[in-house]
Design a protein around this ligand. Structure first.
Ligand code: HSE
Length: 432
């Protein structure tokens, strides 16, 4: 007679239904590999009569997530409700009752990770969260386990599939941002409300989780820099290509030699030859550099029912292993080797600057003079041919400068008479 572990599933949306389906379909495989039975005992849903395209015995369903906590035969709670307050109450309630937690709730972890893992450590109950970052790519387990002997020097990630699909469409078809967004929605990739996908915050939540895991402290949400892709134009894509770059929404996490951490998410010009430049459509990819392992690369689907279900099931298996043999790592191991973030104004980057200017002598000198006055060096400059007398775009690539220096430069350039629109700036990453 095999040992059996009871699972309480909170949420039976797209991912929850995938988890239930694959736990059922691959039950024999999991039994052979784990040496235990996994039994879904209860599923909390909002609407018991909703059609979900899977066969679920009606007696498993409840509309009260509290029922999962109350069932003593449930030892693993899988939180896939994706809510804020209720999800937090469920997770903390599970930890207090000694039930291991599996969650994919990235926004909740990014905002309440510290509180959740303080409770987990206090009660010695693991919380697993592979599905919270990059869907089917096993990046959490890799950072937590495979790279345990490394200082993580940097992580560069394409960690939002919707924005990557939009930027890919803009590059491949010359579409505008709005046209590409409409295509992403028609293809079912972008949510009806795609705000978090395009404004950078979905990727930012994932970047906070990755950085916190890599550096052993919960990165405060106000210490990261976040910018979306809404202002990228077909012209930017075209000018970037002329310079040998493509544009990606990148999550960038770096540790300085003094141990300060920077976390930022923004559209980024990356060299067309870099491996991340070839990651197109809805795919995600992460380049992780560790001081021992060197360069590594992860690629896969960051969203969707099956890839995300695969990650959740891996966590359930991890939970089953932890139930059999208790461990001292509860999913996140805090430590004091790092602990401070680089102030946003001090973060250094390279930049692409697009300025709409009057086409008359002396304009280029005025812009260059403003930058020079702030000790900002220009590495290249070009002006696409325009019609004499009309406003033209001026494209500059800036050597390394701080966010603070560039904010001042944008403010000063914006006040010049020859400048016809607020200048646009996109960061450049050369992976040097
Ligand atoms: N909406 C996200 C994306 C997937 O487009 O990558 C879930 O995090």
């Amino acid at each position: 007679m095999l040992q059996s572990f009871g699972i309480g599933l909170a949420g039976l949306g797209n991912v929850g239904a995938g988890v239930f389906k694959h736990l059922t379909q691959n039950r024999a495989l999991l039994r052979e590999r784990l040496g235990v039975e996994l039994n879904v005992r209860k599923i909390a849903v909002r609407n018991v009569s909703k059609e979900r395209g899977i066969a679920v015995a009606p007696e498993l369903l409840t509309t009260e997530w509290q029922d999962l906590l109350a069932d003593p035969a449930i030892s693993i709670i899988v939180e896939l409700m994706g809510r804020k307050e209720e999800s937090l109450r469920l997770i903390l309630g599970a930890i207090e009752r000694g039930k291991i937690v599996v969650t994919g709730n990235k926004a909740l972890l990014a905002e309440h990770g510290r509180e959740i893992f303080e409770a987990a450590t206090r009660h010695k109950i693991p919380v697993f969260f592979e599905a919270a970052v990059a869907g089917g790519i096993p990046i959490i387990k890799s950072i937590r386990e495979a790279f345990i002997g490394n200082h993580i020097e940097s992580i560069h990630g394409i960690i939002n599939g919707t924005s990557n699909y939009i930027l890919t469409q803009m590059v491949e078809t010359g579409a505008s941002f709005n046209e590409a967004l409409a295509e992403a929605q028609a293809a079912g990739y972008a949510e009806a409300d795609p705000a978090f996908d395009v404004n950078g915050w979905d990727a930012a939540h994932k970047a906070i989780i990755l950085a916190s895991l890599a550096y052993g402290f919960w990165i405060p949400i106000d210490k990261i820099f976040v910018e979306g892709i809404e202002h990228i134009t077909a012209n930017d894509i075209c000018f970037a290509r002329k310079l040998g770059y493509t544009i990606k929404l990148l999550g960038i996490i770096k540790a300085s030699t003094s141990g300060e951490i920077e976390v930022r998410v923004h559209p980024t010009l990356i060299p067309e030859k870099h491996v991340l430049a070839s990651v197109s459509g809805v795919f995600n990819a992460l380049a992780v550099h560790g001081d021992v392992v060197g360069d590594t690369l992860f690629y896969g689907r960051g969203a969707g029912q099956d890839p995300t279900a695969s990650a959740v099931i891996a966590d359930i298996a991890e939970a089953a292993a932890a139930l059999q043999s208790p461990r001292s790592n509860y999913g996140f191991m805090p430590h004091g080797l790092y602990g401070t973030c680089t102030p946003l104004d001090k973060i250094v980057s390279e930049y692409y600057l697009r300025v709409l200017v009057e086409d008359r002598p002396g304009v280029m000198a005025q812009i260059a003079g403003t930058l020079g006055g702030l000790n900002i060096g220009i590495s290249s400059i070009f002006q696409p041919e325009g019609t004499e007398g009309e406003a033209v775009q001026l494209i500059l690539v800036i050597h390394k400068a701080t966010h603070g220096q560039m904010s001042e430069a944008l403010a000063q350039i914006g006040t010049l008479n020859c400048v016809k629109q607020p200048p646009r700036m996109i960061r450049v990453e050369n992976f040097a």
